[in-house]
Design a protein. Structure first.
Length: 213
C-alpha cells in the first residue's frame, strides 16, 4: 500500500463526540468534547482534554467534577453549538433547549435529553501545553429506559450516538462488523451468538409494531 508521510498531528480518528456539563460559582455550562475516552476499568476511569482558554476549563478545575453527556444524532446541531459558543456570553442550556436536571452525586447537572450520562469526579489533572487532561472516576451512570431490552440489557446501538472524524460528525452504523473476540470464536459459539442476535432483533422489530394505547 502506497502511503504519504505527513507531519505529526492529532490524527487519531474517529473519536467520541460528547457534551460535557459542569457547574461552578452557581453557574452551569456546556462544552463539546471530542478528546475523551476510557483509561481504567476498576474503578471505571475516564478523561476529557480541555483547552486552557475555555470557560469550562476553570469551572471544572475549581469544582473537580463534570458530567459526560452522550448525545444522539438528532442533537448534533446543538452539540456543535456548545463547542463554538462560549459560556461567558450565552446560556447554552437555554439556547439549545437542553434541560438541566440534578445528578445523584456531583453538582454538575445532567442533560435530561441525552440518552446516557456519566457522572465524573476528577482524580488527577495532567497539564500539557495546549490542553489539560482531567482524569476522573465515573461514579454514576444514567441511561434512558428505552435503551434496555426485556432482559435488562443496555442496547447502546439504539442510542444513535455520534462520532467526530477529521472535523465532521458521523453517526454510528447500527449493524456491527463483529463482536469482541469473534476472530477466534468457535463455529458452535458463533452460531449461538448469531442466533441470539437474530432473536434480539426480531423482538425489537415486534415491539415497534405494537400499537400504542
Amino acid at each position: 500500500m502506497k502511503k504519504r508521510t505527513m507531519k505529526p498531528g492529532t490524527m487519531l480518528n474517529p473519536v467520541p463526540a460528547v457534551v460535557v456539563s459542569c457547574r461552578s460559582g452557581g453557574k452551569n455550562n456546556l462544552i463539546t468534547i471530542a478528546w475523551t475516552g476510557i483509561v481504567n476499568s476498576e474503578p471505571p476511569m475516564t478523561y476529557i482534554s480541555v483547552r486552557k482558554s475555555r470557560f469550562s476549563h476553570d469551572m471544572i478545575e475549581k469544582s473537580g467534577e463534570y458530567v459526560i453527556n452522550m448525545v444522539s444524532e438528532s442533537q448534533t446541531k446543538d452539540m456543535d453549538y456548545c463547542g463554538v459558543r462560549s459560556g461567558r456570553d450565552v446560556d447554552k442550556f437555554k439556547d439549545c433547549d437542553f434541560t438541566a436536571v440534578a445528578a445523584d452525586i456531583v453538582a454538575a447537572p445532567l442533560i435530561d435529553e441525552a440518552p446516557v450520562n456519566l457522572e465524573c469526579i476528577v482524580k488527577e489533572v495532567r497539564h500539557y501545553p495546549s490542553h489539560d487532561m482531567f482524569v476522573a472516576e465515573i461514579v454514576k451512570v444514567h441511561a434512558a429506559d428505552e435503551l434496555f431490552d426485556e432482559t435488562g440489557r443496555l442496547c447502546l446501538e439504539d442510542a444513535g450516538l455520534v462520532t467526530f472524524c477529521h472535523g465532521e460528525y458521523y453517526g454510528i452504523k447500527k449493524k456491527p462488523l463483529g463482536k469482541f473476540g469473534y476472530s477466534i470464536m468457535k463455529p458452535k459459539t458463533r452460531r449461538r451468538v448469531n442466533r441470539e442476535a437474530m432473536d434480539r432483533n426480531r423482538k425489537k422489530r415486534n415491539s415497534r409494531r405494537k400499537p400504542r394505547r
